[in-house]
Design a protein. Structure first.
Lengths: 298, 267
C-alpha cells in the first residue's frame, strides 16, 4: 500500500514544554487513522506541524513521499481544532475563498454543500450558523478540492448526539470512497466506530500504534448466570477459567487464552447446567486505551 | 500575482467596514483638497474683519503647476485613514485565526504576505488616481490660462506620493503583523510620528544629520510643505533623490521584517 504520510522524529518545544517528542509513524492509503490522547497530549500540535502552521523544532515528515510544501497542502483537506471562517462572509463565499486558495474548481462547492446538507443556508452569513452547521461547513471546505487525504481534529466537539451521528455518518461515507482520513479525537467510542488504525499519544509521545481490529483480541471475559447453586464452584473447575468474580447475580469469568464462551457453555451443559444468561465481553477501545496509558505512566 | 490580489480583495470587498472606511477616506480626501479656494475666501473674509486685505487671486493654490505639490502635500495627511483599513484587514486575520486556515488550505506564508502587500499597492494607486483627478479638474477650473507645458510640469510629485503612501502602509502592515491586535496597533501607529518627534527633538543638537533617516521623517520628506512660498520663503519644490532612496530603503525593510515575522511564527 502506498504511504501517504511518513513522520520521523517530529518534535516541538514551546519553551521548556515539550509538546511533541520524537514522534514517528506512517499512514497508508485508505486507512482511517485515529489519533487518540488526553487533552494536551500533542494531537493538534502534531497536525499543526503537518499542515505547515506550526514550525517543528526537530524532525521531518513527508506527504506522498515528497518534502512538505504549500503545493502539497492544496491536495489535503484539513480542519484543525475548530472551524475557522470569515464570520461576515456567507457559507458560499467562504467556500469560494477556500476553493480560490486551493486553486480548485468552484463548481465543486454546490456538491460539498449538498453533502453536508447546508445548501439551504449557503447564502447566510457564517456568524449566524449553529455550532453543528459550522462543523459541517468545515468538513465541506476540507472536501472542496476533492482531497486525497482528509484531516479532522475533534470534528464532533461540542455537538449534540444527533450532530455527532451526522458527522460520523459523513466520515463513514467519505471513507467508503477510499479516501485516507486522519482523525484526532479524545472520544474513544468515535474512533472505535470509524477508524481502521489508531495511535495513542501521551505527553507528546507515541505510546501505541496498531489496527483497531486487534482491540478485543486475546483473552475473553464471559458473563454467565444459571439457576444453580454450585455454579461458582463448577466454574472454578473449568480448565479454561483463569479467575471468577461474582458481579451481582452474574459470574464474570476471565478466560485463559484459547478458550471461548462456547467452550464454557459446553462444559456447563455436560455438567447438566443450562445457563440463563451468557455474554462475551469484548474488550473496548476505552479499556485498552486506559490500560495503555496506565502502563506508560511509569 | 493577480490571483493573490483577488483572494485578498474577496476578503475585503464583502466586508462592510472596508467600504465605509474607504468611502470616508475618499470623501474627506476629495472634499478637503477640492475646497481650498473656499478656505482662502473664508481666510480673506476673516482678514477683512481686521482691516487686512488678502487678494486671494494672488495665491495660485490651484494653478498649474503649483496645484500638484499643494494637493499632494495635503493629501498626505489622510493616509492614516487608509492605514486604519490595513490594520483592520491584517488584525482580522489573527482575531478570526483565518491566517491559520489560509496556510492550511495551501497558501504559503510568502504568498499570504504578497496578497496583503498587493492590496497596499492597489490602495496607494487608487489614492494616487484620486489625487490626480482632483488636481487635474481643479487645476483646469482655476488656472487662468491653460498651457500644456505647465499643466503636467510637476506631476512627478505623484510618484513620490505613491511611495509615501505605500511605505506608510507597509509600515502599518508590519505593525499589524507584529502586534496582531487592532486597538493597540492603531494606537502605536497614531503615536509613531509623535514618538519620533520626541526622539528627534532630543538629538537635534548632537546628531542633526541623523534626523532625515527616521522612518516617519523619511516618509514626510518625500513631498515637502509648499505653502511658505506664498509668503516669499524658499521651499523645496522638487522631489529629492536622497529622500526617495531613504524611503525606498524603509519600504523594503518594513516588508522584509513582515516576511521574517511570518516565516518564524507559529500561527
Amino acid at each position: 500500500m502506498e504511504t501517504v504520510l511518513s513522520v520521523q522524529n517530529l518534535t516541538k518545544n514551546f519553551g521548556r514544554l515539550c509538546a511533541v517528542n520524537q514522534l514517528s509513524f506512517e499512514v497508508k492509503a485508505g486507512q482511517v487513522f485515529g489519533m487518540l490522547g488526553p487533552n494536551g497530549s500533542g494531537k493538534t500540535t502534531t497536525l499543526g506541524m503537518l499542515m505547515g502552521v506550526t514550525n517543528p523544532s526537530a524532525g521531518t515528515f513527508s506527504w506522498f513521499g515528497h518534502a512538505p510544501s504549500h503545493l502539497i497542502r492544496k491536495k489535503i483537506g484539513a480542519v484543525l481544532e475548530h472551524p475557522i471562517f470569515y464570520p461576515y462572509l456567507s457559507g458560499q463565499k467562504n467556500l469560494e475563498l477556500n476553493a480560490s486558495i486551493k486553486g480548485t474548481d468552484p463548481a465543486n462547492i454546490a456538491r460539498v454543500l449538498e453533502l453536508v446538507e447546508l445548501t439551504a443556508r449557503k447564502d447566510d452569513k457564517y456568524k449566524t450558523y449553529s455550532l453543528g452547521m459550522k462543523q459541517r461547513l468545515a468538513i465541506a471546505s476540507a472536501l472542496v478540492n476533492d482531497p486525497q487525504v482528509l484531516i479532522l481534529d475533534e470534528p464532533t466537539n461540542g455537538l449534540d448526539p444527533m450532530g455527532i451521528a451526522e458527522i460520523r455518518h459523513i466520515i463513514k461515507r467519505i471513507a467508503a470512497d477510499g479516501k485516507t482520513i486522519i482523525l484526532a479525537s479524545h472520544l474513544l467510542d468515535e474512533v472505535q466506530k470509524v477508524c481502521t488504525h489508531f495511535a495513542v499519544l501521551r505527553k507528546g509521545q507515541l505510546v501505541h500504534i496498531g489496527p483497531v481490529d486487534e482491540v478485543g483480541k486475546g483473552e475473553e471475559i464471559v458473563e454467565v448466570s444459571a439457576y444453580h447453586d454450585d455454579l461458582g464452584v463448577l466454574l472454578q473447575k473449568f480448565e479454561g477459567t483463569k479467575t471468577v468474580k461474582k458481579e451481582g447475580v452474574n459470574y464474570s469469568v476471565h478466560m485463559n487464552e484459547g478458550f471461548h464462551s462456547q467452550d464454557l457453555n459446553r462444559f456447563l451443559f455436560s455438567h447438566n447446567i443450562v445457563v440463563s444468561y451468557l455474554a462475551t465481553q469484548k474488550k473496548s477501545l476505552e479499556k485498552q486505551f486506559l490500560e495503555i496509558l496506565s502502563e506508560n505512566k511509569k | 500575482m493577480l490571483h493573490l490580489l483577488s483572494i485578498d480583495l474577496k476578503k475585503l470587498t464583502n466586508y462592510r467596514t472596508f467600504w465605509i472606511v474607504c468611502g470616508l477616506y475618499f470623501l474627506t480626501l476629495g472634499f478637503t483638497t477640492a475646497s481650498g479656494m473656499e478656505f482662502l475666501k473664508w481666510l480673506a473674509s476673516k482678514g477683512a474683519d481686521f482691516g487686512a486685505t488678502i487678494n486671494i487671486n494672488r495665491i495660485p493654490l490651484y494653478h498649474f503647476p503649483d496645484v500638484w505639490q499643494n494637493l499632494i502635500y495635503i493629501s498626505g495627511f489622510f493616509k492614516l485613514i487608509l492605514a486604519f483599513m490595513v490594520v483592520i484587514s491584517i488584525t482580522n486575520e489573527f482575531t478570526y485565526r483565518t491566517i491559520r486556515q489560509n496556510i492550511i488550505d495551501g497558501m504559503s506564508r510568502a504568498e499570504f504576505l504578497i496578497s496583503k502587500v498587493l492590496t497596499n499597492v492597489m490602495l496607494s494607486a487608487l489614492s494616487c488616481a484620486m489625487v490626480f483627478l482632483i488636481a487635474l479638474v481643479t487645476g483646469m477650473i482655476y488656472t487662468p490660462e491653460l498651457e500644456l507645458a505647465y499643466m503636467f510640469a510637476d506631476v512627478g510629485f505623484l510618484g513620490a506620493y505613491f511611495l509615501e503612501v505605500f511605505t506608510f502602509l507597509s509600515y502599518t502592515l508590519m505593525l499589524g503583523l507584529l502586534i496582531q491586535r487592532s486597538g493597540l496597533t492603531i494606537v502605536v501607529l497614531s503615536l509613531s510620528a509623535m514618538i519620533e518627534a520626541i526622539i528627534k527633538a532630543n538629538i537635534d543638537d548632537t546628531l542633526p544629520w541623523l534626523i532625515q533617516f527616521f522612518p516617519m521623517e523619511a516618509i514626510s520628506n518625500l513631498v515637502t510643505m509648499p505653502f511658505p512660498k506664498y509668503v516669499f520663503q524658499e521651499v523645496q519644490d522638487y522631489v529629492s533623490i536622497a529622500s526617495v532612496a531613504i524611503a525606498t530603503g524603509w519600504l523594503l525593510f518594513f516588508n522584509y521584517i513582515s516576511y521574517l515575522k511570518l516565516q518564524k511564527s507559529d500561527l
